[in-house]
Design a protein around this ligand. Structure first.
Ligand code: C2E
Ligand code: CA
Ligand code: CA
Length: 534
């Protein structure tokens, strides 16, 4: 028979309960859902009263807290955990780190950490076998205090887990200020709607945690759906009834012997110059730079052909997807609107960026949909750099430019040039284009073929003399023509003996000006002088 004890009964029974082991620890496994291996466990307090049966933490812990007794109970759990680990080590049972809860009342207890160190040393348990869970509500008592506790625990070598993340106070702001080694996300705080807002919160926490290089474990996981969802957003660590209820020490020891174990892996190996913690801080210089000074930029992960955009700045939105919100961009499939050919170009660039560690440039065409303008085809130039990697995933930073207009103009010029080159092939003349500002000359196909000219001659007309196409005694005159073109003379013509054979040609230039009347281009032609025209 189980009877819930009232406050007075609990307080009266407390000393004996501690002394005789009515208050004891049970252990709940923490698992890697992708490998099925155990990564650790959590010690949870139980109170089995000889008369009233099992008492649960939610009932008695608030009473202990209120009466300033919880630290004694916590030290009891800590001691039993050390005892358990010591026994495993002595008997060569391959054990995992077990985390012990530290209440926020323990934090106010000045010598609490001293006490746990005494116990750990008494049992001679290496610090790597004990982790500490602190709750984010501890921050309520002041960040400074919590920070100093974390520093002290770290300096002693403890791994610290942030418990109940997302339960209220902390959110993302606490994370960036506190150096925790693992984040525990409680699924029960986000009950039910994984696909909705809850899901968005979870996935943004997981993303951010990845960025802070901090592993995340989901606790309170009861169903395969929940576990699979967490896996799909990149959180593979799970604690909950799905795998196991908290077990008494004997049963937990059996689990240790049956299940394989593995250590927790850091989520991301960030390139050292990046400071992810600062990067996520909305007030940091890094964020300021990302948002204001770098042009359009995006950060995304790449894993098994899957791209996932995790952060974009405002300029990215303006540049690429002016009609989408930042949130819509993060939610959309980044491959949407990119055909196979362009996708291949992009994937090759990612591969190269990952292999070389250098910045890689690539240009692809993609369709973007907007409610207002329908589908648009745009050309995007990206400069891609890999900034982090794990065994299975890479993290990239891309600066983007929408170069659609530039590209279209280039295509126009390219096409008109092609037309021009083909046209001169049809009529019996040599033709070329001369660009005034750059002194570049582009010959027609016939020139290229008959006179072995390259597609582009620089510093024209000098190469014409060097190559012997123009005779030296005409050089000064021909140079003078180009000066005249520069000054805006619209038409020039003369008969000039050309090529090595000095055949007389009728050479003409016509000038094209821009809308302001400035010389732009000159079109040159050379036609054989035929006798009957003379
Ligand atoms: P907590 O630290 O968040 O512990 C996780 C709680 O979730 C445990 O409840 C665990 O039994 C329960 N749980 C685990 N998997 C599932 C699941 O799949 N579904 C559901 N519904 N629950 C699951 P428990 O043992 O009742 O502990 C409740 C709370 O009491 C703990 O929450 C912790 O805040 C506190 N507590 C437990 N043991 C200790 C302790 O040794 N010291 C201190 N200071 N607090 C403790
Ligand atoms: Ca806990
Ligand atoms: Ca928890």
């Amino acid at each position: 028979m189980r009877v819930q004890m009232n406050e007075q009964q609990l307080l009266t029974a407390f000393d004996d309960a501690l002394k005789f082991g009515h208050i004891y620890a049970v252990f709940q496994p923490k698992m890697n859902h992708t490998t099925g291996r155990m990564i650790g466990a959590e010690a949870l307090m139980r109170w089995a009263d000889p008369q009233n049966g099992m008492q649960y933490p939610s009932d008695f812990i608030p009473v202990l807290e209120k009466n300033d007794l919880v630290y004694r109970a916590d030290l009891g759990v800590f001691e039993q955990t050390c005892k358990f680990q010591k026994k495993c080590l002595d008997e060569k049972v391959n054990t995992v780190p077990i985390s012990v809860n530290m209440s926020r009342y323990d934090i106010y207890q000045k010598n609490y950490i001293e006490e746990i160190e005494k116990i750990r040393k008494k049992y001679d348990v290496p610090v790597k076998y004990i982790h500490i869970e602190v709750t984010e509500t501890s921050a309520v008592g002041g960040m400074e205090l919590l920070k100093s506790v974390l520093d002290e625990l770290h300096s002693l070598g403890y791994t610290v887990e942030m418990d109940d993340f997302g339960s209220g106070y902390s959110s993302l702001n606490v994370l960036k200020d506190l150096e925790v080694d693992m984040i525990k996300l409680d699924m029960r705080f986000l009950s039910g709607n994984i696909g909705g807002r809850g899901g968005t919160i979870i996935s943004s926490v997981v993303h951010m945690a990845k960025w802070l290089n901090t592993p995340v474990i989901a606790e309170g996981v009861e169903t395969v759906e929940q576990a699979d969802y967490m896996k799909s957003i990149g959180c593979r660590y799970i604690q909950g009834y799905l795998y196991s209820k908290p077990l008494n020490p004997e049963d937990f020891r059996k689990k240790l012997e049956i299940l394989e174990h593995e250590p927790v892996a850091p989520p991301m190996d960030l390139i050292s110059t990046m400071n992810a913690r600062k990067f996520w801080d909305p007030d940091s210089i890094e964020t300021l730079i990302f948002n204001n000074f770098v042009g359009g930029a995006a950060i995304f992960t790449y894993q098994n052909d899957k791209l996932e955009v995790i952060r974009v700045n405002k300029k990215y939105v303006n540049e690429i997807c002016a009609n989408m919100s930042e949130h819509e961009i993060l939610a959309a499939d980044p491959w949407a609107g990119i055909d196979d050919e362009n996708r291949k170009i992009y994937e090759d660039a990612l591969k190269k960026a990952s292999e070389t560690g250098e910045e890689v440039k690539c240009e692809i065409w993609r369709n973007v949909n907007s409610k207002t303008c329908g589908t648009d085809r745009i050309c995007v130039r990206s400069f891609i750099r890999m900034i982090g990697r794990t065994e299975i995933q890479q993290l990239f930073y891309a600066m983007v430019q929408n170069i659609t207009v530039e590209k279209q103009r280039y295509d126009e010029i390219y096409n008109s040039e092609r037309r021009f080159r083909f046209a001169s092939e049809q009529i019996n003349v040599y033709a070329w284009e001369y660009t005034i500002s750059t002194k570049e000359m582009r010959p027609c196909f016939r020139c290229m073929r008959d006179l072995h000219l390259p597609p582009l001659l620089e510093n024209y007309p000098e190469p014409a003399f060097e190559m012997g196409i123009f005779p030296p005694d005409y050089a000064d005159m021909y140079r003078d023509w180009h000066k005249q073109l520069e000054q805006g003379v619209e038409y020039l013509e003369a008969i000039i003996p050309l090529t090595a054979d000095r055949i007389p040609f009728h050479v003409r230039y016509t000038l094209e000006k821009d809308e302001n009347g400035r010389p732009l281009k000159a079109y040159g032609s050379a036609a054989l002088v035929v006798d009957d025209i003379k």
